[in-house]
Design a protein around this ligand. Structure first.
Ligand code: C5P
Length: 233
């Protein structure tokens, strides 16, 4: 895997037009893109088809969480769309995770979401979770691994502890990537691409630092260089 296999650009746009325009501006620099709820709900399956038709690998970030039968059916449809990564909430429990894994074709890797990074400890208490956020992340990461999910999304701050819970062939996909000195937007815990890869992230998700840059291709190139230099060490 080289640097371009490890960077996912989050296409957080409300329309296919804007998402595809950004893809054009990236000038072939990027191999992976992420489609989240906003773009998916606006455009449906056709946006995945159009991105796949442009030769891109698609991460569908739909964070599925429902009864096992419903999640399994959704996973089957997502797999048929050509998406290669799909998120499911680990808090859906073992039966849901096992059903999702069972329904996923070999071309689709499921990624577990543990505790949303927007949830602080007080928020966890309000939904009945008495453990610390770190303990809860560890518990859900272990559950995902035991259920044969092969990756998860985690913040840069969680990389080291999560890696000690899951195996080396588990993919850790990390958002919250920012260059030193650049705006952190609404992200609370950020890291540079270099540091996140050094701490064991397999893939990075970057949105606004690339999509809102004056020159998105140059911004992507800068992140790719950092990844490359972390991989050389
Ligand atoms: O623009 P930015 O680089 O902050 O985008 C990060 C992307 O990763 C967004 O699509 C966001 O929804 C997603 N994400 C995140 N933190 C998580 C999980 C997903 O920022 N814990």
């Amino acid at each position: 895997m080289d640097a371009a296999d490890r960077l996912i650009v989050a296409l957080d746009f409300p329309t296919a037009h804007e998402a595809l325009q950004l893809v054009e501006r990236l000038n072939g620099q990027v191999r992976w893109v992420k489609v989240g709820l906003e773009l998916y709900l606006a455009e449906g399956r056709s946006i995945v088809d159009r991105l796949v038709a442009r030769g891109l690998h698609v991460f569908l970030d739909l964070k599925l969480h429902d009864i096992p039968n419903t999640v399994a059916a959704a996973v089957r449809v997502a797999g048929a769309s050509g998406a290669e990564l799909l998120t499911v909430h680990a808090s859906g429990g073992p039966a849901m995770l096992l059903a999702a894994v069972d329904a996923a074709p070999a071309s689709l890797r499921l990624l577990a979401v543990t505790v949303l990074t927007s949830m602080g400890e007080a928020d966890l208490q309000t939904v009945g979770v008495r453990s610390s956020a770190e303990e809860q992340v560890g518990r859900l990461a272990a559950l995902a691994a035991e259920s044969n999910v092969r990756g998860l999304v985690c913040s840069p701050a969680e990389l080291t502890s999560v890696r000690s819970t899951v195996g080396e062939d588990f993919w850790l996909v990390t958002p919250g990537i920012r260059s030193a000195g650049s705006p952190i937007d609404d992200q609370r815990r950020t890291a540079t691409a270099y540091d996140a890869i050094r701490r064991g992230a397999n893939m990075l998700v970057a949105g606004r630092p690339i999509t809102r840059a004056n020159d998105p291709a140059a911004a992507a190139d800068q992140v790719l260089r950092q990844i490359d230099s972390a991989l050389q060490h």
